[in-house]
Design a protein. Sequence first.
Length: 499
Amino acid sequence: MAEKRGSRGSGRGSGSEIKFGTDGWRAGIARDFTFDNVARVAKATAEFLLNSKRKDLAIYRDWGSPYRSATCGVVVGYDMRFLSREFAHHFARVLHDSGIPVSISSAPIPTPALSYAVVDRNAAAGIMFTASHNPPTDNGIKYKAEYGGSAPGEVTTEVESFLPKTASVPRSPESALQKIDIRGPFLKKVRTLVDPASLTASPVHVVVDSMYGSAQGYVAQLLDEYGLTHTQVRSRRDVLFGGKKPEPIEKNLVPLRAVIASLRRRGKPLLGVVTDGDGDRISAMDEKGGFIDAHRTFALILRHLVEERGLRGAVVKSFNLTDMAQDICREYGLPLIEVPVGFKHAVEQILKKDVLVAAEESGSIAIRGHIPERDGVLHSLLLTEIAATAGRPMSEVVDKLYTDFGPRVYRRHDIEVEGQLEVVSRLLADPPERFGGKRVLAVETMDGLKLRFDHGWLLFRASGTEPILRLYCEMEEKKDVDSLLEEAERLARGELPLW
């Protein structure tokens, strides 16, 4: 299919174009994400599932992945975004008309619950209607393969190849669809992955921030079962997400910090946990309101699994995740595998190898024993377990990471620039020898352009889900991070010459 300028790999529609990016297809509601285009994707999905050539894809040939025929059916879920339920039912009716058995969630659900349902029900695929952390004006489709995780690019490319030029108008009524409870079986699985003894004995008060997303009520229900006191924040439906993108990054967590500040006066141990719009990403906050970003949550969970549970295995990190991963793996003698950004790359490793933890900079974490999928609900409970067993405030638990593995300061800037892909291409064609007054020791190009300096790095990368340029930086000191990001942004905007 023809690609248009600025849309390649973004997972966003442009006119009648539908392209799956690093984590599905996303587009503006009513502009590109329309009922007609949803029906086109549904018809393409049906044709893909009914096509016997699917067996020849590497996912089945090389990864040891289960192959399930279309007769095993498809599970469809949806989040709390505007029209998500309606889009999901429209999609499911087209599948039903194509002769594929369809089950649809009876209520909004987080993405990991949909992914688990695929495995639990032995389905051929799962379709989740969500735009994850994108702005409220967007919606999207995530395709989950038989194993309950992100589909590889060759699968979504095949789906695209079946896209019809015109939409199918669903004939079957909504009443023809089988509505199922997905929440119950999912929470049952999560309970098997946490330590009830640690949680029930905990004095920790947990502040749960759902960011108006579809994981709301899930963590709170489990905390209730284990007898932990908790406060819920942004735990109702708001299709505008309070005017913020439902992404668990520091600038979006003002309400959580305010609640923690008000509770701190009571003197009880505190922990804040945050899930994104569709509940597959995680971040946290300590008792002082200090942000615990994706790098630190990953490190805390990995250390907990190794030291407290005695588990071992490979660690998969995305190209934009902290260098602390290397240090921790070296300390514990664990194999480390680095992959491009996009959790589907981590899933490939999980299916092939004995992986203990896989993680991305976005707050995506998967652990052994669960589905090969990110799960903000499970990891909210694991962070609570860490706080419960630490015997010290969470701020001190995080500080010990720095004591043991060195100081790390990380920031990410997302900027809208014309032709973000061209910016990265120019840098790849002519990488610098010095940048921001620092000597470039190495250039890495696995995904975008990473410049390595003494004690840190700077990464330029076009987003795979939004039309923006992402700038990532990790150094030992904040002043270095700030100066490098400032110069990188000026360069990207054309305010500085290219060397």
